[in-house]
Design a protein around this ligand. Structure first.
Ligand SMILES: *Cc1c(COP(=O)(O)O)cnc(C)c1O
Length: 403
């Protein structure tokens, strides 16, 4: 399933906040059931809370922050900090956790691509940093595979750089010249005409850094270590997807000289291209807390919990005549986790999957799921434990009503 496809037919609605710990009916309890606080801002503003039975999507507010992240945000909000020092210390800790030379917190993976490209263009040259994206002379060039072109490469051209498309090793070899600054690899692209290893080796041979965008590519947790081992000089992940940090935070990590240059291109410096991409103090602490919690979590148990959720929903739905369910795992690398595929005999249950999606969305509570021509997909990984049975009950009742 492509993110593009998932994006179709969904509406822009945020998720609920305000948590206290509470034991759940099943599985992992790290997304506690929320307790309504005395002030309900959703109600106050008339914003519809949404149950996400899909995948992490920016327009749907990304992910739900872990309790550790909310605690980090709250507990650090009462004092000032020097932002240079904070980025130093948080970056050093993240670098240690990820076994790299250096790291920084960015305002998301898209910002990391801007900063990584900017770093490769300017190095530590303050004059160039000030001029970006309007450097005099020919535009800096960034090498990408033709099959890797994607919406987020606008983050590359934001710096004033131009993208040079290549297909296969030979074309990549020939693409380097004195204007080349960096080579960008989109990890979740459908097709690689140059492998990860070759991409890194060819860039190294030409003494040009390589950067990899793996924004949505955990789980598995091992991916947080995999690409620096292959030799990519810079790697980025989103903070607000399955790592479950602040939605407006992300990670950029790798070579020290490049991170130093990326930081010079970022807030709290006042004039660089990254100044409008500020990350606040609480988000920096929060991103660190999220990464640490993510690395420390029992990933096997979490995976089992997701399978249990799918099974639990599936067994409730299969009580409706002709309904069949199957747990499917997206091969990734983006969104590589289980979800439930639901099919039925449309001559017996007279509703199409996309109509079920519409009914789920327009109901109360509003539920976002995905429906193709042939089946309904019910996502389980972003549900709070208390929402598992709610989703099962709603899908079941919509199907039953169509019998
Ligand atoms: C989500 C995503 C981004 C953007 O990440 P943010 O953290 O939202 O800035 C970039 N690239 C890919 C492949 C993504 O999936």
């Amino acid at each position: 399933m492509k993110r593009r496809d998932i994006l179709k037919g969904l509406t822009l609605l945020p998720l609920s906040g305000g948590f206290i710990s509470k034991a759940s009916a099943i599985g992992i309890t790290d997304t506690p059931t929320p307790q309504k606080s005395t002030r309900d801002l959703f109600a106050e503003l008339g914003v519809t809370p949404v149950i996400n039975a899909s995948v992490t999507m920016t327009f749907l507010s990304g992910s739900l922050m872990l309790p550790e992240v909310l605690e980090a945000i709250n507990s650090t909000s009462h004092d000032f900090a020097n932002m240079y020092e904070l980025q130093d210390k948080v970056g050093a800790k993240i670098a240690e956790l990820l076994h790299v030379e250096s790291a920084m917190v960015t305002s998301g993976a898209a910002c990391a691509i801007v900063l990584g490209t900017a770093a490769a263009i300017t190095g530590t040259d303050h004059e160039k940093i000030k001029l970006l994206p309007n450097l005099p002379g020919p535009r800096p060039e960034v090498i990408m595979q033709k099959t890797h072109r994607y919406l987020f490469d606008q983050a590359v051209t934001t710096t004033g750089a131009k993208i040079i498309e290549v297909e296969g090793n030979d074309e990549m070899e020939k693409a380097f010249n004195e204007r080349t600054v960096i080579a960008l690899f989109f990890n979740a692209a459908g097709k690689h005409s140059v492998t990860h290893e070759d991409f890194v080796a060819i860039a190294k041979k030409h003494n040009i850094p390589s950067m990899l965008d793996a924004a949505a590519d955990v789980p598995p947790v091992e991916n947080l270590f995999k690409y620096q081992k292959i030799g990519f000089d810079l790697v980025t992940f989103s903070g607000g997807k399955m790592i479950r940090g602040p939605q407006s935070a992300g990670l950029l990590f790798g070579r020290k000289d490049l991170i130093t240059a990326a930081r010079l291109n970022h807030s709290p410096n006042e004039a660089p291209i990254g100044r409008p991409m500020k990350v606040n103090k609480e988000e920096m602490f929060g991103m660190y807390a999220a990464l640490k919690a993510y690395l420390e979590r029992d990933h096997k148990k979490e995976w089992q919990d997701w399978l249990d959720r799918a099974k639990r929903i599936g067994s409730q739905l299969e009580t409706v005549q002709t309904v069949k369910t199957e747990t499917v795992v997206d091969p990734g690398p983006a969104n590589a986790f289980p979800s439930l595929r639901v099919t039925w005999d449309e001559s017996k249950i007279k509703i199409k999957p996309e109509q079920v999606v519409t009914a789920l969305k327009s109901g109360t509570p509003s539920i976002v799921a995905n429906g193709g021509k042939d089946y309904l997909t019910v996502g389980v990984v972003l549900l709070r434990p208390d929402q598992v049975d709610i989703v099962a009950g709603r899908v079941k009742s919509i199907l039953q009503q169509a019998v």
